[in-house]
Design a protein around this ligand. Structure first.
Ligand code: TYM
Length: 326
């Protein structure tokens, strides 16, 4: 029997190259070897205010993005989180196993609550990691491909699963994170101290998956660089390191080939070649996006939810029975 993977993304903002290189492209590779579940996590999305009409549209658009990136609905299960009520139900049980202190340590909550202030943050934003743990544990997931920013949530998921297993008997598979060595932590083009993010107010910091060639070229041209002239993977020069990492991932070249390719060349030439490479890399995806119609998407996510539910409901009924619900 194949091992299982589970991952997901939120249908908020615009997906960017960081999401693609850190997560999506690995989902596509891993679906050959694993039984894959890829979820559109719309329940997570409402931890921050959303316009209902936009959320509905973005939810379907994200399914389209999964398909255009190469997730194959014949092999992988694509579904919408709110179509499987077991996610919310298991969350409750896990929240009763989680500790305040554990959730208070989550850096993503600290970051996301900073803007509006902690007092004004939704309780959903605070309990967000328990919903993420429920997503993963419902499917008895072996492996979770994510970017670096989700590592702490994965550790919490493992802790909750281990605690539940200890208190109530073997119930959950303990999931392993799959965080790629390269690409798990793509930085903002405007400020390498920040990750490339959907919610960055400075749109010049992110290359969005729906940016046209012109926008991509402009953003790369305007990307900040470090002092010095050499183009290499020097960790102390985070801007060039980030740009070269992107170049490496979109061209499939080795580190050494990348460095050799730009030996003796200036930033201007490097940025030109990088822009061309990113545009070429995203082209098939962008062409594909336009060809997927809504009816097909509705059919895929409906079928996906049925398959997901058949597994999720078995796990939930085991959990309910173990904690003493009839
Ligand atoms: P989300 O929607 O913020 O991001 C989707 C995926 O993209 C990765 N990512 C990045 N990778 C590299 N560089 C970046 N700058 C970058 N920014 C984002 C994220 O790590 C993620 O893998 N909580 C999750 C969604 C989720 C989930 C789950 C994931 C909910 N339940 C269960 C895995 C398993 C999130 O908000 O991802």
């Amino acid at each position: 029997m194949k091992k299982r993977i589970f991952s997901g993304a939120q249908p908020t903002g615009r997906l960017h190259l960081g999401n693609y290189l850190g997560a999506l492209r690995n989902w596509v590779t891993l679906q050959d070897e694993y039984e894959a579940f890829y979820c559109i996590v719309n329940l997570h999305a409402i931890t921050l205010p959303q316009d209902p009409k936009t959320l509905r549209q973005k939810t379907l658009d994200l399914a389209r993005i999964y398909l255009a990136a190469g997730v194959d609905p014949e092999r992988s299960t694509i579904f919408i989180q709110s179509d499987v009520p077991e996610h919310a139900e298991l969350t409750w049980v896990l929240l009763c196993a989680a500790r305040m202190g554990e959730l208070e340590r989550m850096t993503q909550f600290k970051d996301k609550s900073q803007k509006g202030g902690r007092e004004r943050s939704s309780v959903g934003l605070f309990t967000y990691p328990a919903l993420m743990a429920a997503d993963i544990l419902l499917y008895q997931t072996d492996l979770v491909p994510v970017g670096q920013d989700q590592k702490q949530h994965l550790e919490l998921t493992r802790d909750l699963a281990e605690r539940f297993n200890r208190d109530f008997g073997e119930t959950f598979v303990i999931p392993e994170p799959y965080i790629p060595k390269t690409g798990a932590n793509i930085r903002s083009l405007q400020d390498p101290a920040k990750k490339m993010s959907k919610s960055d107010e400075n749109e010049a910091g992110a290359i969005f998956l729906d940016d046209d060639a012109d926008a991509i070229a402009k953003k790369i041209k305007r990307a900040v660089t470090d002092s010095g002239t050499e183009i290499n993977f020097d960790e102390t020069r985070p801007s060039i390191h980030n740009l070269l990492t992107i170049y490496q991932l979109v061209t499939g070249k080795s580190e050494q080939e990348c460095v050799e390719n730009f030996a003796g060349k200036g930033y201007g030439q490097f940025k030109g070649e990088l822009a061309d490479a990113v545009i070429e890399y995203l082209r098939p995806f962008q062409e594909q996006i336009a060809s997927i119609d809504d009816d097909a998407l509705h059919a895929f996510v409906k079928r996906g939810a049925e398959k997901a539910r058949s597994i999720a409901s078995a796990t939930l009924s085991d959990v309910f029975s173990k904690v003493g619900m009839s």
